[in-house]
Design a protein around this ligand. Structure first.
Ligand code: AMP
Length: 197
């Protein structure tokens, strides 16, 4: 059964990227979140794409919850959030962000962003949750990663049904439309020998 999305967890760059379009899309998603009375959960930093989306949601009157490990707190924590949770470790941080959120979105980002979105995807694949996961693919930033995932399906390491766990769109409106129609995949993760042709 479809469950309502209230809190959206966004994974994105602690850098701003080369092209101004990356910060522009953070503003678009931030406006969408605030404008639709959703709440933002994110990594709690004041810098890069992360800082921009948090500022935009706050400016739009929305609630923003940051979750940051103590190692990063002094350096980059955003001082003006609705709530800021400090965790001991990175693992506690990700567990908390996961528990708090009803859906996950990756915008352009680096290694941290990739790790975070792939973690929630692998948990969905194993049936630990059925919360929607999406990619906001701005200016073709993730095209090569999507190509690689298709390659991993062709090479029989990923089931075609499981690649569909990752919903991909170029705008927040389209992505949330996909989330509304998302039906969790209910199959075993493993590719059985008889399926390999
Ligand atoms: P990256 O994409 O490598 O810039 O990493 C950004 C993602 O990893 C965010 O979604 C954060 O949750 C986490 N992260 C990485 N670096 C930081 C940082 N300096 N401050 C807060 N969160 C960070």
């Amino acid at each position: 059964m479809e469950s309502k999305i209230n809190r959206v967890c966004v994974f994105c760059g602690s850098s701003s990227g080369k092209d101004p379009v990356y910060l522009a899309v953070a503003e678009k998603l931030g406006e969408f979140i605030a404008g639709n009375n959703l709440e933002l959960v994110y990594g709690g930093a004041s810098i890069g794409v992360m800082g921009r989306i948090a500022d935009t949601v706050l400016d739009g009157g929305g609630k923003v919850t940051g979750v940051i490990p103590e190692l990063l707190q002094g350096e980059v924590a955003h001082a003006g959030l609705s709530e800021l949770h400090i965790t001991k470790t990175m693992h506690e941080r990700k567990a908390m962000m996961f528990e708090m959120s009803d859906a996950f979105i990756a915008m352009p980002g680096g290694l941290g962003t990739l790790e975070e979105i792939f973690e929630v995807l692998t948990w969905a694949q194993l049936g630990y949750h059925s919360k929607p996961c999406g990619l906001l693919n701005v200016a073709g930033y993730y095209d090569k990663m999507i190509e690689f995932l298709e390659h991993s399906v062709r090479e029989k390491f990923v089931r075609p049904e499981n690649i569909d766990i990752l919903q991909v769109a170029g705008s927040p409106e389209k992505l949330f439309e996909l989330f509304k129609n998302y039906r969790p995949v209910k199959i075993k993760k493993w590719l059985d020998p008889e399926n390999i042709q």
